[in-house]
Design a protein around this ligand. Structure first.
Ligand code: DC
Length: 225
């Protein structure tokens, strides 16, 4: 039997950074489910398919081969034989991922893959529907949140650090739009399930959040490996 830690929350709450650090500490496998939706989004963009066309998007995604592998300990998404990691971290791909993830056909395929990974390995998995749909029996469920202004500022600082132009007000609106879409879709919206522990990272450092989740893991009898 494998151990499962589910971390859900809105864009920019720090899920992937924290989930990665927790996985490292416990020697668990980190599964970034957002990257899988991003890979599908990239496929749609490259194929010129509109995110509004459910039939075309679903058909394209169902015909695609998606695999997860680990290169030097980091997750790589292999889309039709190509490692697409270098192409999926853009704003355009993130927005398209949020748009196409509303479709049941897209979700069913990726959720199945995520569930297979979750039974094979001890995992820390992050996303929007991990506690509610992918790993409903997870040993620990965390809802990682942060104030929208803090999340927008983090994104702004990231872009600035990369030397890119950024407008804080525009970013804040994009973050709000993404939250709205992710929380109000019909299929597996982002929700905090009642048993999830709420961790608000607004005024916490990465180390503080990681330590808090490790403490919760210990309290829930999850061993290190
Ligand atoms: O976490 P992220 O920014 O990489 O996710 C990109 C989009 O993918 C997100 O806006 C919604 C979708 N997503 C999802 O619907 N379910 C998940 N488990 C993970 C991501």
């Amino acid at each position: 039997m494998s151990y499962q830690i589910a971390i859900d929350g809105p864009a920019g709450a720090g899920k992937s950074t924290i989930a990665k650090a927790v996985a490292k500490e416990l020697s668990f496998v980190y599964v970034d489910t957002g990257a899988m939706y991003r890979a599908m989004a990239l496929l749609c963009i490259r194929s010129g398919v509109s995110g509004a066309d459910e039939t075309a998007v679903t058909g394209l995604c169902n015909g695609a081969q998606v695999e997860i592998t680990y290169i030097d300990g980091a997750q790589a998404v292999i889309l039709n034989g190509e490692n697409v990691n270098p192409f999926i971290r853009t704003q355009e791909v993130g927005d398209m991922a949020s748009t196409i993830s509303v479709y049941k056909g897209v979700r069913d395929k990726l959720v199945k893959l995520q569930q297979e990974l979750g039974t094979k390995e001890n995992v820390v998995m992050d996303g929007r529907d991990i506690a509610s749909a992918v790993l409903p029996n997870a040993n620990l469920k965390v809802y990682l949140d942060a104030d929208v202004k803090v999340r927008a500022k983090r994104r702004y600082d990231e872009l600035k650090a990369k030397g890119q132009e950024a407008d804080l007000a525009v970013i804040e609106q994009e973050v709000k739009d993404r939250d709205y879409r992710d929380m109000h879709r019909e299929n597996s919206p982002l929700v905090r399930v009642p048993e999830a522990v709420l961790v608000d990272s607004s005024n916490m450092t990465i180390k503080e959040v990681t330590d808090k989740i490790i403490e919760l893991a210990n309290d829930n009898g999850i061993p290190r490996h």
